[in-house]
Design a protein. Structure first.
Length: 347
């Protein structure tokens, strides 16, 4: 059985409510972690449940339980019995059909939510710069201590101590998948891959990939790096060079007035036949949003804060993974963490 709690939206959600009204939505249904965290930031007494519903009149409902039951409970608690409700993520077919059959029409609203999570006021930007700086602190904590045979848990401990010492809090779960996913380790502040799954130790030839995701003042720091503890062989170096070039192309495409999806297209042109993937996420709300859809119509605007993440596979050797926090300015994407967007060779 689903449970629901109701409160009044804070002023921080006024912009999103205005977008709802402009789009003709009666309410907005948030089922993604980033969207839920953002909506509940103005109502910390509510649990981060299964869904959050925001209505145009400012009612916020948080509901927990089975997805279908939680949505029904949220709609009932908010008094929404008909009309058009925006949804920030794809719902299972049976849930979508059940809600529509009850009289509420669900329509996609992923672009609206992404733009709201990405667009920041000037006074908000220093917090993102500081959070990205914490990710850079984590990068140094990793790189200064790497060695062959190191237990990956020791690496996580180094990051944890360094980021906490610098004022960071527990981070968020790194939910973006990867190509050919393998065992991950780490903490709320760092997710690590590339260690020997049997011993949890680093090897000389497997690329070590790690994503740093601390929190500061309710926003997420975001960066990722890949290192190899030896001289890279041909396939690994080729993948590294491709990843660096493709990531640079993606960042160059993030220009004011251009659709954000052009970053994906630029990345794909550079990777060619390589097995590769990239993601653009928003970082408000204490975590990463769902990735921007490849067919998104969101336009880049000055003041947007984005997490950009890329991955290129070196067949038989692993993957090169890179990420950065960027602020879109009048002249393009401005990196904030400033960690190297290339394969780092340590030997």
């Amino acid at each position: 059985m689903a449970t629901a709690a109701t409160c009044q939206a804070g002023a921080g959600l006024d912009g999103l409510r205005g977008q709802l009204d402009k789009a003709g939505f009666t309410a907005l249904l948030l089922t993604s972690p980033g969207g839920r965290r953002y909506a509940l930031g103005s109502a910390p007494g509510l649990a981060d449940g299964t869904v959050v519903l925001l209505t145009t009149d400012g009612t916020v409902v948080s509901a927990a339980g089975d997805l279908s039951a939680a949505i029904t409970a949220a709609l009932r608690a908010a008094g929404v019995a008909d009309g058009v409700v925006g949804v920030d993520a794809d719902l299972p077919g049976e849930v979508f059909g059940r809600v529509n059959d009850a009289g509420v029409r669900l329509r996609p609203a992923a672009d609206m939510v992404f733009a709201e999570l990405a667009c920041c006021e000037p006074e908000e930007l220093p917090a993102f710069t500081a959070a990205a700086g914490l990710a850079a602190v984590g990068y140094t904590a990793v790189m200064d201590h790497l060695r062959v045979g190191m237990d990956v848990r020791e690496l996580s401990g180094n990051v944890d101590r360094s980021i906490r010492r610098a004022g960071g809090l527990l981070g968020w779960y790194d939910q973006i998948g990867e190509i050919g996913a393998n065992a991950a380790a780490g903490s709320d502040l760092v997710t690590v891959r590339g260690h020997d799954p049997g011993t949890a130790r680093l090897t000389a030839t497997s690329p070590l990939r790690y994503v740093l995701h601390p929190l500061l003042e309710g926003v997420a720091g975001y960066a990722a790096a890949t290192a190899v503890l030896s001289k890279a062989d041909g396939p690994l170096r080729a993948a590294g060079d491709t990843g660096a070039a493709a990531t640079a192309a993606l960042l160059a495409a993030l220009r004011p007035g251009a659709p954000l999806r052009e970053g994906y297209a630029a990345f794909d042109r550079e990777t060619g036949e390589h097995m590769a993937a990239c993601w653009i996420v928003a970082l408000r709300g204490g975590g990463a949003s769902l990735p921007l859809a490849p067919d998104s119509t969101v336009i880049a605007e000055p003041g947007m804060v984005l997490g950009v993440r890329t991955e290129v596979v070196a067949p038989g050797r692993g993957s090169i993974e890179l990420a950065e926090t960027v602020v879109v300015t009048a002249s393009g994407a401005d990196p904030q963490a400033r960690t190297p967007l290339r394969l780092v060779e340590l030997y």
